[in-house]
Write a protein that binds this ligand. Structure first.
Ligand SMILES: Nc1nc2c(ncn2[C@@H]2O[C@H](COP(=O)(O)OP(=O)(O)OP(=O)(O)O)[C@@H](O)[C@H]2O)c(=O)[nH]1
Length: 391
């Protein structure tokens, strides 16, 4: 009897295990099959709808694969965000990420190791021009992460919440750049793009209605409908204000995409001679992203790297002026471009938004000196701000 019971248990266990493995394999195989088909299908008016449907399917499968891998979608972020913004080094092992992180973050700053299951993400603080920038050194496990392999998905989910991505390679591994970009793309990270200007309002009935304020040269209505149907949306009003691609439309429908600026950091420049340097620069021009050549070990261009990181993060300085007093020009508040009065209130004190009466602004964003504004007012670099709260 006991023997039979344990046999049964083993059988159930095996079966269960087999199902999970079988599912993951099934998804990966399906992803590969669709990728193959996409490669073979030329893109033209006649195939556009079919390609749209395939790409939507692919996007859905990738999401499934990642959720099975235990990461993806903003889950499992084990590093506490701190400072005014976060920049993450992303790259293969041994390109010099930890060296750069150690050189850029000052010795006084706290560098702690946070357990990340079997991995570690090391944060450090770079202080530059009054801004505190959290730098993350994500371990170099990237390839395959988007299909849920290894524990790379957990790292990528930390990267998803960064404000700047530093695509890091060394002078011998420039061909990693498209690989890194693709892996990030597959986990929903869009580098150097803005969210497409598309609104989709799902309705109860009435079919799909598409209206656009500009001519659409990459996607037609049939394709839009096919993609929506793939996501089980059969009734919706779609308003498009930009000449978007098919991929951008899928991004909007799928949601859960993050739009992050990037900077290519090429390390170990000390090892390149004149001729090789020329080759590197040409390769980087072809890749088309903003880049910087550095050496972590030899300390070449590290100040320039700090400046670039600062610039890319789009910091602005706001000078606070207590009511009836002089502005504080010594310690400006460091905010990000696009920040509103509400963002400033939130940074200053948790009760400021609730108790807010009005604000006054002097500077670029003000129509006239001392303009009275509300919480939604967008600030500009160098503005002087007075916040008046209820007593
Ligand atoms: N020549 C040269 N070597 C460097 C430079 N920066 C780092 N290295 C060397 O490259 C090797 C890898 O550096 P790490 O900083 O450990 O690289 P990593 O990208 O953090 O690697 P993982 O921790 O494995 O992800 C070390 O032996 C460094 O000394 C550089 O600017 N020039």
């Amino acid at each position: 009897m006991l023997f039979l019971l344990s046999l049964k248990r083993i059988f159930i266990f095996r079966n269960h295990k087999f199902n999970i493995v079988g599912d993951v394999m099934g998804i990966e195989e399906e992803i590969r099959r669709i990728e193959e088909e996409l490669k073979k299908t030329p893109y033209n008016k006649a195939t556009q709808k079919h390609i749209g449907r395939l790409k939507a399917k692919l996007a859905k499968l990738r999401e499934q694969a990642q959720s099975r891998g235990g990461g993806g979608g903003g889950k499992g972020y084990a590093v506490k965000k701190s400072g005014d913004a976060t920049a993450a080094f992303v790259g293969f092992p041994s390109v010099g990420k930890s060296t750069l992180l150690n050189k850029l973050t000052n010795a006084k700053s706290e560098v702690g190791a946070y357990a990340f299951t079997t991995l570690t993400i090391v944060p450090g603080i770079l202080e530059y021009k009054g801004a505190k920038i959290q730098l993350l050194d994500a371990p170099g496990i990237i390839v395959g992460a988007s299909s849920g392999k290894g524990r790379g998905t957990e790292v990528l989910s930390a990267v998803r919440s960064a404000d700047l991505i530093l695509l890091t390679v060394d002078i011998y591994t420039l061909d990693h750049l498209p690989v890194l970009e693709k892996e990030l793309y597959n986990v929903g990270i869009r580098l150097d793009q803005t969210p497409p200007d598309v609104k989709i309002k799902v309705k109860e009935r009435g079919g799909i209605n598409v209206s656009s304020t500009v001519p659409l040269t990459h996607i037609d209505e049939d394709t839009i409908e096919a993609i929506l149907n793939e996501y089980r949306i059969h009734n919706a009003d779609v308003v498009i204000r930009e000449d978007i691609t098919l991929e951008q439309f899928i991004d909007v429908v799928a949601g859960n995409r993050v739009y992050i600026p990037s900077l290519v950091v090429v390390n170990k420049i000390d090892l390149a001679d004149e001729e090789y340097l020329k080759y590197i620069k040409q390769k980087l021009e072809e890749f088309g992203k903003d880049y910087i050549l550095v050496s972590g070990n030899k300390g070449i261009n590290l100040d320039l790297l700090k400046e670039k990181i600062y610039e890319k993060l789009g910091f602005i300085k706001i000078y606070l002026k207590p009511q009836g007093k002089k502005p504080d020009f010594d310690e400006p508040l460091i905010m990000r471009r696009g920040a509103t009065v509400k963002d400033v209130c939130e940074k200053l004190h948790k009760d400021f938004v609730r108790n807010f009466r009005y604000a006054q602004v002097w500077g670029k964003s003000a129509k006239h000196p001392g303009q009275r504004v509300g919480l939604d007012h967008k600030l500009e670099d160098g503005d002087i701000l007075t916040i008046v709260i209820k007593r």
